[in-house]
Design a protein around this ligand. Structure first.
Ligand code: AG3
Length: 281
């Protein structure tokens, strides 16, 4: 009999992925964890019934949420990733000549299982001497750390379960406090077609807290509903304003491989359709 995984993120619409082989199924202290194989997508990571990433399409999401803020900033030395226990974001961040990349994830089980079962997603990122892994609550870490960062990337789950606090104004305010001059925060903000209220909330909070903020978009094939929105905010940099020549010359001076991201995609990701603009009056 064929087994199908049915995603439970949205109440009345969802996607089903065929489970060709279960690799791991269990529960950590924080969440249900499922890793399975699908013929088309490769290995799939599911937390609390929601697809987080797949071997086949992880690059859309990880490349956009890392390279857009890092290349847009232009001189990044230190990056904090909150969440992202699968290591896919860390791997992209480390393609840049950063001095330090700290990853804070609440769930050590996710990190351990992804390193074991999804090595193609993190590559050797966790072994890189510039990487520092902290297993702990991102909210506490950001509130307490003495470290300062050029870019903070919030690679969270959706605002259900352990990721919920990462959408609060309190957390965004603490992130602002650990940014170096010109620093940028970038967040995953859900698929606005289904998760509009998340974008509205982040927009309000960012506008209250930061001088500049906005969103950029990318389609992620296994996040159902069209484009995913990524939030950004800064007190100095206007992330949406870097022109394509500047981006091209930054990418020429430090080359790295990508499968989705490039200078043209970077610029066009900031073009927001009317229905997205309507969520951020
Ligand atoms: N975290 C974002 C998952 C969001 C899924 N939401 C959705 N399908 N609308 C992914 C973590 C990968 N490192």
């Amino acid at each position: 009999m064929t087994d199908w995984f049915r995603e439970t993120l949205h109440p009345s619409v969802g996607q089903s992925l065929r489970i060709d082989r279960i690799v791991y199924e269990g529960r950590s202290r924080y969440q249900d964890i499922l890793i399975f194989e699908n013929d088309r997508l490769g290995r799939v990571l599911v937390l609390d019934g929601i697809v987080q990433t797949t071997e086949a399409d992880e690059f859309y999401y990880h490349e956009m949420l890392s390279h857009v803020p890092i290349v847009g900033h232009g001189a990044v030395k230190s990056v904090l990733i909150v969440g992202g226990g699968d290591g896919g974001m860390l791997e992209e961040v480390l393609k840049h000549p950063v001095e330090r990349a700290v990853l804070v994830d609440i769930d050590g089980e996710v990190v351990r299982l992804c390193r074991e079962h999804l090595p193609s997603i993190c590559g050797g990122a966790f072994e890189d001497p510039r990487a520092k892994l902290v297993i702990g609550d991102g909210v506490d870490f950001v509130r307490e750390t003495e470290l300062r960062f050029d870019v903070v990337i919030v690679d969270s789950t959706d605002p259900v379960g352990p990721g919920r606090a990462l959408f609060d104004e309190f957390f965004h305010a603490s992130c602002r406090g650990i940014l170096d001059a010109g620093g940028v925060i970038a967040t995953q903000n859900g698929v606005p077609f289904f998760q509009g209220p998340e974008l509205v909330q982040t927009h309000r909070q960012f506008s209250r807290l930061f001088e500049r903020s906005g969103f950029f978009l990318a389609p992620v094939p296994t996040y159902v509903g069209g484009h995913m929105a990524f939030g950004w905010a800064s007190d100095r940099a206007d992330l949406s304003a870097t022109d394509v020549e500047t981006l091209r010359s930054r990418l020429d001076s430090h080359r790295f491989d990508t499968r989705y991201y490039n200078a043209e995609v970077h610029v066009s990701a900031f073009a927001l359709p009317e229905c997205t603009r309507a969520l951020m009056p």
